[in-house]
Design a protein around this ligand. Structure first.
Ligand code: NAD
Length: 353
């Protein structure tokens, strides 16, 4: 199911997938920055249905280093221009787009047009229009599109979703969620609006927004927001700290906070009619921990979230099943984040349709 409602994605038709459901799908990583290097490439070792088959990079030195480290053949090494020729390369089934946010659509569309399935990092893109173009391109090419919401495959998170859905503590009333960190390099693309589409909200506030949506199981009908800035130079183009509130149709409210200037925001608490539960830390790559008001543990395994996310996508492709994190899910978040920016700018609540 999509975070908040009925599945909306058509599966794709694959004869190759149906023929051999156990084969490992070949992934090409597009953009070899810190996430690809530090998390995604090592995660392949923990997958069952995926292998790192290729790379797409604009930097020849990175191509050489990755070729040596991961034994990638020359024919599977592309740059952002040559990737359009991937269509004749059966080693690559999926392109995982891990570039700055405003380059997701461009690379995803090239990949889809070359006949590859697409996994795009979050946030999906910097505007609703660009998200829609990604969806349209993948649909036209009959390829699957998923967004890298790794938390959706994190077992403590999945247990919290179960507690909410099964009303173990009664109906959910309020959700408080926060994620922030202290931004390092002051010149990185995250503070350049043209490449990021926004600051803390787009980068990590999206996790709190996701929590509000997957825990409530609904779609917000109204948002309000306040932005605060302490460093007017570093955060000239993007939001440094944002507090935002969401109202859901069934009366559930969410109060969220995100910041590029706080290392202590990394948790959520769900208040239900007869108790509470939540995670702290909630959004780390590892070490997620849960608590519940009745003292029982939220006892779930710690997994490699990127491996779980990639394996799930491969299984969706091989089994011709819809993903729980389709492009439409990424588009919904971008639409809500745009409304949050509008609310912060106007100082007034914004209704969502
Ligand atoms: P990064 O800056 O470390 O890497 C970005 C890569 O894109 C670099 O290799 C860079 O060379 C390349 N690139 C291509 N064209 C570029 C251009 N015009 N300008 C700048 N860089 C360009 O960033 P990152 O932290 O790896 O983030 C990449 C994506 O992954 C972002 O969309 C980010 O939101 C997402 N991300 C997700 C998670 C997660 O937990 N799912 C964590 C971190 C980042």
């Amino acid at each position: 199911m999509a975070a908040a409602g009925a599945p909306i994605v058509a599966a794709w038709s694959s004869q190759a997938g149906a023929a051999d459901p156990n084969r490992k799908l070949g992934f090409a990583l597009c953009g070899l920055g810190s996430l690809s290097t530090g998390q995604i490439a090592p995660a392949f070792q923990a997958t069952q249905h995926c292998r790192l088959a290729g790379i797409i990079t604009g930097t020849p030195a990175k191509a050489a280093a990755w070729k040596a480290k991961y034994n990638i053949p020359d024919k599977n090494i592309y740059n952002y221009e040559t990737m359009v020729r991937m269509g004749d390369n059966p080693d690559i089934d999926v392109v995982y787009v891990v570039t700055p946010n405003a380059l997701h659509a461009e690379n995803a569309i090239k990949a889809a047009q070359a006949g590859k399935h697409v996994l795009s990092e979050k946030p999906m893109e910097v505007s609703v229009e660009k998200c829609q173009k990604m969806i349209d391109a993948c649909r036209a090419a009959n390829r699957m599109l998923a967004i890298g919401y790794r938390n959706r495959f994190e077992p403590h998170t999945m247990e919290c979703i179960r507690l909410a859905r099964e009303k173990v503590f009664g109906p959910v009333k309020t959700i408080e969620a926060a994620f922030g960190f202290i931004l390092g390099d002051p010149n990185q693309w995250r503070v350049k609006h043209a490449l990021s589409g926004g600051g803390a909200l787009m980068d990590v506030g999206i996790y709190a927004l996701q929590t509000a949506r997957y825990i409530s199981g609904g779609e917000p009908v109204e948002v309000s927001a306040t932005e605060t800035k302490t460093d007017l130079v570093r955060f000239k183009e993007v939001d440094e700290t944002m507090a935002f509130q969401l109202k859901f149709p069934d009366g559930v409210t969410a109060s969220c906070r995100t910041s590029f200037n706080s290392g202590s925001l990394n948790s959520y608490t769900v208040q239900a009619e007869k108790g509470w539960f939540g995670l702290a830390p909630a959004y780390n790559y590892g070490g997620v921990q849960g608590r519940r008001s009745d003292g029982k543990p939220i006892d779930a395994p710690l997994v490699n979230q990127f491996a779980a996310e990639m394996d799930d996508f491969s299984q969706c492709i091989l089994g011709n099943k819809p993903t729980i994190v389709p492009g439409e899910e990424g588009l919904r978040d971008v639409k809500i984040m745009m409304a949050i920016y509008e609310a912060a700018k106007s100082g007034k609540p914004v209704k969502l349709t």
